[in-house]
Design a protein around this ligand. Structure first.
Ligand code: ADP
Ligand code: MG
Length: 260
């Protein structure tokens, strides 16, 4: 797969005139955010993460450095317990490094307050997990709307954005279904719609196909590829599945707190 982002399409006209977007493509999905080739959006320099069990320190990341370009689709592999989720949490601004510097979309993660980190996540991060974490009492549409309840958007606008996200993930005809009425693959599509509904810059995926059969896993990987190529999302995906890693343009390996 080419690493060339297919950029520049429509970008100038859309940026100049927001209302020029097609009706079926509301503001949050305008393809205007063409990645700037060669610009790092994720930069880690000498990052260490140490947890304490009582007084016993456990260094999980050990002076790790990493640079990921805007618009990339990268895979991260490594043995269980090697710190993959810990690394994703730092990139997502869910945790701070013990030492070293993590600069994500221009933001110094270690220097931000909890409130600033929350704003950073709301602007830049979509997190997709192995388990879909959907609310069983809410429909697909209501689940996807959840993150927007924290915004000032009107309920009509929230609904419209949730429906757009569900259309992007191929669930046009499942919006009023409850999670128990959906297959695993469809549940993960709802979770992905929820992760993109606020149009984040970066998608962080922690074993997104870990619970799925081959066919559903391939469909989800196809969807992630679409989000990368058509919607210009930078994607970092932890996976154990070599077929999943093959979708990525770069695969990195984490071992004993360092990248190989
Ligand atoms: N919040 C935490 N407190 C203490 N130890 C943790 C915490 N998070 C992760 N760890 C430990 O850090 C190591 C790496 O965990 P993790 O990043 O989840 O690995 P992976 O995702 O590669 O399986 C494990 O030994 C785990 O027990
Ligand atoms: Mg993990």
């Amino acid at each position: 797969m080419s690493t060339e982002p297919t950029n520049e399409r429509e970008s100038k006209s859309n940026r100049a005139s927001p209302s020029a977007a097609a009706d079926d493509e509301p503001a949050q999905y305008r393809k205007s955010a063409s990645p700037e080739k060669g610009k790092a959006i994720i930069e880690m320099a000498g990052v260490t993460k140490t947890f304490f069990r009582g007084k016993e320190p456990l260094t999980v990341l050990d002076g790790l450095s990493l640079s990921i370009e805007e618009g990339a689709f990268e895979a991260l592999m490594g043995p269980s317990g090697s710190g993959k989720s810990t690394l994703l949490n730092l990139i997502a601004g869910l945790d701070r490094p013990t030492s070293g510097k993590a600069t994500i979309a221009g933001n110094d993660i270690g220097a931000m307050s909890d409130g600033e980190l929350a704003k950073f996540r709301a602007r830049h991060i979509g997190f997709i997990f192995q388990s879909y974490n959907l609310m069983p009492v809410l429909t697909a549409r209501e689940n996807v709307e959840l993150p927007l309840l924290l915004t000032k958007l009107s309920s009509a606008e929230r609904r419209k954005r949730a429906e757009t996200a569900l259309r992007v993930t191929g669930l046009d005809d499942r919006m009023d279904h409850y999670p128990r009425q959906l297959s695993g693959g469809q549940e993960q599509r709802v979770a992905i719609a929820r992760a993109i509904v606020h149009d984040p810059t970066i998608l962080v995926c922690d074993e997104p196909t870990g619970d799925l059969d081959r066919k559903s896993a391939d469909d989800i990987l196809e969807l992630l590829t679409k989000l990368n190529v058509d919607f210009k999302k930078t994607i970092l995906m932890v996976t154990h599945d070599p077929a999943a890693a093959e979708r990525a343009t770069i695969t990195r390996h984490l071992n004993k707190g360092k990248l190989e």
